[in-house]
Design a protein around this ligand. Structure first.
Ligand code: UDP
Ligand code: MG
Length: 311
């Protein structure tokens, strides 16, 4: 059985050689039939040159796909999965935060039970502040309520999959990819194992708080249509409320002759309803932008170069 490692790389010049060495060291004597599919996601540093050197020294184990620009990690994963030849495929980061010895453990878990199609690793102890981990837990709570598929807190795309699952993931050719959701959506028997995430030694994380927020919103919109119903719910509730309030005001006037001092009420209601309308319009816009991008049917990535040994 051949194993493919799919490795998205964006500005990882200090890491790619170390990653390659670490894989060789870890696999030595344990796994011989493997390939490493590096995807250079439009890096602006020396990642491309370093990958080329690795390929020239070991073309029987290495493929390098180079994008024409940065298309994002999701596109890099898609390209890697589409070009991986293995019967088993594992997605792993280039920065060594996810150590290759976890891959060996995943293989062991998979070999112990042949009904397992996927072994996914989740971070046992998150190395981040309370606010961030609270925000992430809240995201998982919300998305699990709204979406039809399950999302496991702490699980990322670090996972080993059998060929049938890889083919299913590739068959979902949507432009705006949210892997966490796609992996759940395709189904299959997934086993979760804990792992310790390592500190990043070189280079920087590509995630900012704003990017994470956008990613979370994308996830919800890609896997749930519930937000579209918010407008309906708020609309019905405010109509019912306004009829009741109308009756109340009429009775006050007719029976008790009280003039309703309405300035504050009107201002609050106008602002509230205006805000809600804009919010719902914005949500609608998010869905429409997704339809727009999908309808242009552009490819998920553009390849500039593909280094691989002829089969
Ligand atoms: N990555 C990528 N394209 C991007 C951003 C990131 O291929 O646009 C790769 C990056 O090189 C790394 C992996 O995705 O191998 C994870 O990125 P990062 O370490 O920034 O994420 P974190 O570990 O902080 O979640
Ligand atoms: Mg990382």
């Amino acid at each position: 059985m051949k194993l493919s490692l799919v490795v998205p790389c964006y500005n990882e010049e200090e890491n790619v050689q170390r990653f390659y060495d670490e894989v060789n060291k870890t696999f030595n004597g344990l796994i011989s039939n493997y390939e490493i599919v590096f995807v250079n996601d439009g890096s602006a540093d020396k990642t491309g040159e370093n990958l080329k050197k690795i390929y020239e020294n070991d073309s029987s184990h290495v493929q390098v796909l180079t994008f024409s620009r940065n298309f994002g990690k999701e596109a890099a994963i898609y390209a890697g999965l589409s070009n991986a030849k293995g019967d088993l495929v594992c997605i792993i980061d280039a920065d060594l935060q996810q150590h290759p010895c976890v891959v060996v453990e995943m293989l062991k878990v998979m070999s112990e039970d042949e009904t397992i199609d996927c072994v996914a690793a989740y971070q046992e102890n998150r190395k981040e502040g309370k606010a961030m981990s609270g925000a992430k837990s809240a995201f998982y709570k919300i998305i699990n309520k709204l979406a039809e598929v399950d999302f496991v807190n702490g699980a990322s795309d670090f996972r080993l999959m059998k060929r049938n699952m890889v083919d299913a993931v590739i068959s979902l050719s949507e432009r705006q990819r949210f892997s966490k959701g796609i992996f759940s959506w395709v189904g299959f028997n997934t086993k979760y194992i804990p792992y310790q995430v390592k500190e990043r030694e070189f280079g920087e994380t590509k995630w900012s708080v704003w990017k994470l927020f956008k990613y979370a919103l994308d996830g919800i919109i890609s896997f749930s249509t519930f937000p579209l119903k918010i407008a309906t719910g708020v609309g019905i509730a405010s109509s019912v409320f306004s009829v009741l309030y109308l009756i109340f005001v009429v009775i006050q006037k007719l029976c008790f002759g009280i003039d309703v001092p309405g300035y504050a009420t009107i201002v609050v209601l106008v602002l509230f309803l205006g805000g809600m309308q804009l919010f719902c319009l914005g949500l609608l816009g998010e869905y429409i932008s997704k339809i727009y991008i999908q309808s242009k049917n552009r490819p998920i990535y553009i390849l500039k170069e593909h280094l691989k040994k002829d089969d």
